[in-house]
Write a protein that binds this ligand. Structure first.
Ligand SMILES: Nc1nc2c(ncn2[C@@H]2O[C@H](COP(=O)(O)OP(=O)(O)OP(=O)(O)O)[C@@H](O)[C@H]2O)c(=O)[nH]1
Length: 400
């Protein structure tokens, strides 16, 4: 009997406790916003959900009333917010095919002394030692480099001897063949810009000394990729120079490509990583990362570049490391190339400002130096003045 009374009392106490808890608990329906992006905005009681106990029900007068479509659905990930330029205002980049042909006039104009100079020398009736020395000087002046120059002169000497009398056409063909061999047409110059099967975008890291044209090249390359119908995301990891991020954003906006940037002086590696994250979320094909122009003798800065690469590699290997070299700096460019290749494994070279120098021979020298192909050439300041490097078209422009 006593046991029954105790059980009844315990039961009554439990019921009373439950009732009290139900009365005291705030009647608030929690709406959990999806993480990140627009979903992280603060939800307003009375706007987004019915006000509960303890909620401030006074809604600011200027709070926009949200429609049903605006409300985030539970469990539905919202897309990342990307500023988009209206379709009508976007520029249409020029197709890539045949660009080098369009820019050929510029190339041949700047390389007159190399191409025409050699043709004139080799067309002389008798090729004495002085003439061969002039041939050698012409090649060296154009930055072909000592080794390749000696090789070429040797081969030309042999072939001219075999030919005997030569027609201008024969001389041209001979020179074209030999210069082409020197430019190594067999090298693979394709750019790795295809999304990986696991959905990861291709990552292209662009490095080089300041002023060589890195930011401009990233902007131009974005246009090349857009013209190939690729989805691109830009990473402004040049946090050293504030204007660089601005410059890159403008390049992107012109063709509707988003740019990820950080505050001035931010860690470049974290900006690069964020760009890759966004690229992945937006299902982009390629993420192009611009880096700060850094002097090759600043060990700390070079370390920083290594860090950018390592951080990107947490998601998978970096697909391309493009080293931007200014063709007008000649041998100095070679020194830079050597230093950069020690820090990051360079996969391709972009030779800029070839329109403003007679030193086109640097193509040969830098490929020899690094064992890496020149993949792109800059031939002007215009937005579409970047062309894939085509050895045959390049040599034709020299000897035409
Ligand atoms: N003529 C010519 N000028 C070029 C070419 N490429 C780049 N430039 C110019 O070179 C200058 C420097 O280019 P940037 O892209 O700002 O150089 P950067 O390497 O990014 O410089 P930092 O951001 O300081 O590291 C700009 O005035 C470009 O217009 C080219 O192929 N031909």
């Amino acid at each position: 009997m006593v046991t029954v009374i105790v059980l009844v009392v315990v039961l009554l106490l439990v019921l009373a406790g439950v009732a009290a808890a139900a009365l005291l608990a705030p009647r608030r329906r929690r709406v959990v916003p999806p993480s990140g992006g627009r979903g992280s905005t603060v939800l307003q009681p009375g706007v987004d959900y019915p006000p509960g106990v303890g909620d401030d029900v006074t809604v600011p007068r200027d709070t926009p009333t949200r429609t049903l479509e605006d409300l985030p659905l539970p469990g539905v990930e919202e897309p990342l917010e990307v500023d988009e330029t209206p379709e009508l205002l976007l520029e249409r980049p020029e197709p890539v095919a045949g660009r080098l042909v369009r820019l050929r006039a510029r190339l041949s104009r700047s390389q007159t002394s190399l191409g025409r100079g050699l043709l004139a020398l080799l067309s002389r009736d008798s090729l004495d030692e002085d003439t061969w020395e002039e041939v050698e000087d012409t090649l060296l002046t154009a930055d072909v480099g000592v080794g390749p120059t000696q090789e070429l002169v040797e081969r030309l000497r042999t072939r001219v001897r075999v030919l005997g009398t030569r027609s201008p056409e024969q001389v041209r063909d001979l020179l074209r063949e030999e210069l082409l061999a020197l430019v190594a047409p067999e090298l693979d110059r394709t750019l790795a810009t295809t999304r990986h099967p696991d959905g990861r975008p291709a990552v292209v890291l662009v490095v080089g000394v300041n002023g060589t044209g890195k930011t401009t090249t990233v902007g131009k390359l974005a246009r090349v990729l857009v013209s190939e119908e690729k989805d691109v995301v830009l990473g402004a990891a040049d946090t050293f120079r504030a204007a660089a991020a601005e410059q890159l954003t403008t390049w992107g906006e012109r063709v509707g490509v988003p740019t990820v940037r950080g505050p001035e002086g931010a860690d470049p590696a974290s900006v690069a990583y964020d760009a890759l994250e966004q690229g992945t979320q937006l299902e982009a094909d390629v993420v192009l990362v611009d880096t700060a122009g850094r002097l090759q003798n600043k060990v700390g800065l070079m370390d920083e570049l290594g860090k950018v690469k390592r951080v990107l590699e947490r998601k998978g290997p970096v697909d391309e490391v493009l080293l931007v070299l200014d063709a007008t700096t000649g041998q100095n460019g070679l020194i830079q190339a050597r230093v950069f290749s020690e820090v990051v494994a360079v996969t391709g070279i972009v030779l800029t400002k070839l329109d403003g120098t007679a030193k086109g021979g640097i193509v040969v020298a830098v490929q020899r130096e690094l064992g890496v192909p020149v993949k792109l050439v800059g031939l002007g300041e215009g937005p579409d003045d970047l062309a894939p490097f085509e050895p045959a078209a390049f040599v034709d422009a020299l000897v035409e």
